[in-house]
Design a binder for this molecule. Structure first.
Ligand code: GDP
Ligand code: IMO
Ligand code: MG
Length: 429
């Protein structure tokens, strides 16, 4: 059976977790392929609120086997905590439900300390990372001096590698950043305990996935982050250090492009961004506050991983059009439409003006992007509460117009929209 790839079309937090939860119901395997616990995917099932960081949202469906792919960076101590948290909520986390690639990379305490130290050193130019050690872990991976998850199977070698990495980093922390040192012995002990727990879950993910697909399994690749945070295609340097786009799913899991027949882009019906970097449609003041919410609901725009308030603004279809191109979306899911109820009119950026020139795609550099002004189309708003809509006909005409205009501006059909955070609050077209 062919595979489906689901990716974030904006700057992360588009609602990928809840959309993956819907698609997981029709899948046998759900696999994460990039990032680590910088991700925070929220799934709301009845009265239970799940916040997933490394484990795919598919874990909430009994028939699904979940996979952590080689493209990920994994903090074993935090992974064990996440597994325990899910177990407490009644979720089965046995090794036949969860597989960890032997080729992913380990995030060590050294990476976390380096993330904090380098952000501090950047001062006003800080990226606003999640401080989970993501960038430094990928740096060691590409620098060919990282520790791979497979080493967790060899106790002594793993503890030695951990000890050595922390010891080596202490030198950098002191000399380059004037930061405090870490205890290599404690790091090795904490990580060894987690490694022993995780050992039964280790496996060659590429072999596993290809075998499952050969025998008809349906695989869903659950992206983290978003296209504009991609290290190649995003707003460099205000990006994460991985490839969260559809191409990253292939390298991050180990199968070929001919396996894929559906690429789902998840987009929020307005824009949000957490951390630094350009955001052409950002709204300050009352309108931005209204989109963010008051913090009263769990879906208000405060980070799932870090609790930081998200920057909010109107929908940017220049970014979305670009995401459709980079990923090859076959369809878009538009989330959080219910949040747009009650605005007299809605704006959507259809192009940018940069130095007197109109452009339909983002420019190459953030310097140009910072000078970009949005060209807005104004669409009529709606006042109805749409949370109970389940069919296209249940939606007011103004909502359907908004959806259709977004599809036209991106050149990709919107096949599904969400009108609330609960499992059944979806409308399919
Ligand atoms: P992800 O990182 O892409 O999985 O997204 P997050 O979970 O970080 O953020 C999305 C937030 O929006 C979560 O709190 C979701 O429960 C919430 N959410 C998702 N879809 C909808 C929707 O249609 N309406 C509302 N009100 N909230 C939603
Ligand atoms: P999900 O999967 C939103 C952002 C950070 C920062 C930049 C780099 O929940 O959509 P990093 O810690 O990765 O080095 O930070 O990327 N970022 C996210 N923003 N959602 C995420 O994940 C993110 N993961 C990273 O805020 O701007
Ligand atoms: Mg999130």
């Amino acid at each position: 059976m062919p595979a489906t790839i689901l990716v974030g079309a904006q700057w992360g937090d588009e609602g990928k977790g809840r959309v993956a939860d819907w698609l997981a119901a029709q899948s046998d395997v759900v696999a994460r392929f990039a990032g680590g616990d910088n991700a925070g995917h929220t799934v709301y099932v009845g009265d239970n609120l799940f916040k997933l960081h490394m484990i795919p949202s598919g874990i909430l469906h009994e028939q699904v086997t979940c996979v952590l792919g080689n493209g990920m960076v994994i903090n074993p101590v935090n992974l064990v905590k996440e597994m325990d948290g899910l177990q407490t909520m009644g979720v089965d986390i046995s090794p036949d439900r969860l597989i960890i690639s032997t080729r992913a990379h380990i995030i060590t305490p050294a990476h976390i300390a380096l993330d904090a130290a380098s952000e501090k050193a950047r001062g006003a130019g800080a990226i606003g990372t999640t401080l989970r050690g993501i960038g430094p872990a990928y740096l060691d991976k590409t620098g060919r001096q990282g520790i791979r998850t497979g080493l967790m199977a060899q106790e002594e070698a793993f503890a030695d590698a951990l000890y050595e990495m922390v010891r080596r980093t202490n030198d950098i922390l002191v000399k380059q950043y004037g930061a405090e040192t870490l205890d290599p012995q404690k790091a090795a002990e904490d990580y060894l305990a987690a490694a022993i727990r995780l050992r039964p879950y280790l496996r060659d993910v590429s072999v596993y996935l290809n075998q499952r697909m050969n025998t008809g399994a349906r695989v869903l690749c659950e992206g983290a982050q978003g296209t504009l945070l991609d290290v190649d295609h995003g707003d460099y340097p205000f990006v994460t250090s991985s490839s969260p786009t559809s191409g990253g799913a292939l390298t991050g899991l180990g199968f070929g492009p001919r396996r894929v027949d559906r690429i789902v882009g998840v987009a929020k019906s307005f824009s949000t961004r957490v951390g630094s970097g350009p955001m052409v449609t950002e709204l300050h003041g009352e309108l931005g506050d209204r989109l963010r919410g008051t913090g009263e609901h769990f879906w208000d725009e405060y980070g799932t991983t870090t609790g930081r308030p998200r920057r909010c603004g109107w929908l940017d279809t220049v970014a979305l059009r670009y995401a459709a191109q980079v990923n090859g979306f076959t369809e878009i899911v538009l989330t959080k439409l219910d949040v747009l109820s009650g605005f007299d009119e809605l704006k959507v950026a259809s192009a940018y003006m940069i130095d007197g020139r109109q452009v339909d795609f983002p420019p190459d550099t953030v310097m140009e992007l910072e000078r970009a002004e949005p060209v807005y189309e104004t669409l009529p708003g709606w006042s109805e509460d749409i949370g109970r809509a389940r069919r296209g006909d249940d939606l007011p005409q103004a909502v359907r117009n908004y959806i259709q205009r977004v599809a036209d501006l991106c050149g990709v059909p919107v096949r599904t929209v969400s009108v609330g955070p609960e499992r059944d609050q979806l409308v399919h077209f």
